[in-house]
Design a protein around this ligand. Structure first.
Ligand code: NAD
Length: 341
């Protein structure tokens, strides 16, 4: 076994459909990477219920300090004041500065509005209005701080260019609203132009986020790698995942200097929880990203190929099922079995 294969990863089962899709994914992982050690951690509703307002038990931090690679199912954020988002807390505490979201059309095996689409969104993950720094100024005026730093811009933009090189991509597009937010987005765009000059082998362009997002919905094949500040990246990656085929297929890698977290793009889907009908593909592809991050290319390739073959065979979960491309409609557990077969 390689070092990667014997690594211990932290595993959070999540809320809603979280436990079902995690069980399915771990079932596949146990077949392909049997020496990978799994350390369960508690976060989500159970932690909120026991009075931890950030949704994470204190002992979870100790485990993450020792095993800073986390495979995480979606969590339900309780409504109402006082509760903090687990994801925002994890990203800031573990310094997960890059959020990498591939959005790929699997046409003709999965219906897509845009066959041939293959876009990777690299979203800045710690700064911007998403930091949740909000103030009440008066009873009628509230304020949210949009924080953008030069080191933060440099780190994410360089990550996007290095990612493009490593994955043999041809172009990096920066999206911002620097025509209006001249200082904050202006800095992001300026840093992009500076760093782009160091990568003459890659095409570089800038688009204003509003028309850029419209183009992503209508003509996504114009894009390859996209780098953008936090909030725009959040919205743009959901659009891109949905027009590629289904948000249920999209994975998300959160990469930091000292740790990494891998999850599906979608949420905890309480409307279909406990019914064995959720699609585990987003989390399964996140586990592929995780294995690549750990350096276990063989296991990552094995899972990715088996998953593609399962889709090609027309074995689909309910969200992807249609009479033209599907042969059988499988439950969450049965889909995982088909991938293993
Ligand atoms: P959602 O992504 O959970 O669900 C949106 C729709 O997509 C629902 O109809 C759902 O049934 C469907 N869907 C989602 N994933 C699916 C899958 N794997 N297979 C089949 N269908 C799937 O979004 P929401 O309803 O806005 O949010 C529900 C909860 O999830 C909220 O509490 C939200 O805060 C939380 N959330 C968590 C994360 C995370 O932990 N990373 C991300 C987004 C939302």
């Amino acid at each position: 076994a390689t070092d990667a294969a014997t690594r211990t990863i932290a595993v959070a089962h999540g809320d809603g459909i979280g436990p079902e899709i995690m069980d399915a994914v771990l079932h596949v992982l146990r077949h392909v990477a049997p020496n990978l050690q799994l350390q369960p951690v508690t976060m989500g509703e159970a932690a909120y219920r026991s009075g931890h307002m950030n949704g994470i038990l204190p002992q979870t931090w100790d485990i993450l300090a020792e095993h800073p690679v986390l495979l995480k199912s979606p969590m339900t954020t309780p409504q109402g004041g006082g509760y903090k988002s687990i994801n925002v807390t994890l990203r800031k505490t573990l310094g997960l500065f890059a959020n990498v979201r591939p959005c790929v059309a699997y046409h003709p095996y999965v219906d897509s509005l845009h066959p041939g689409m293959d876009v990777v969104i690299v979203r800045e993950n710690e700064e911007d209005t998403y930091g949740g720094i909000e103030h009440r100024q008066t009873d009628e005026v509230v304020q949210c701080l949009k924080l953008i730093t030069r080191p933060g811009c440099e780190r994410i933009v360089r990550y996007a260019f290095e990612y493009a090189l490593a994955h043999r991509r041809r172009k990096v597009t920066c999206m911002s609203k620097d025509n209006i937010m001249k200082m904050t987005d202006g800095l992001f765009h300026r840093v992009f132009d500076e760093i782009a000059a160091e990568y003459p082998q890659l095409e570089a362009e800038h688009r204003i986020i509003d028309i850029g997002a419209a183009r992503m919905a209508a003509r996504p094949r114009e894009f390859d790698v996209v780098v953008t500040p936090n909030l725009y990246g959040d919205i743009l990656s959901d659009i891109a995942a949905e027009v590629a085929g289904s948000i249920g297929l999209a994975p998300s890698a959160n990469i930091g200097l000292h740790g990494a977290m891998f999850e599906a793009v979608h949420g905890s889907a309480p409307d279909i929880a406990g019914k064995n009908i959720a699609n585990p593909s987003g989390l399964l592809l996140a586990s592929v990203q995780m294995l690549l991050h750990l350096g276990d290319t063989a296991a990552a390739t094995a899972i990715h190929n088996a998953w593609l073959r399962t889709l090609e065979d027309g074995l689909h979960t309910r969200d992807l099922f249609n009479e033209r491309t599907s042969r059988r409609c499988l439950g969450t557990r049965e889909f995982a079995h088909a991938v293993i077969e």
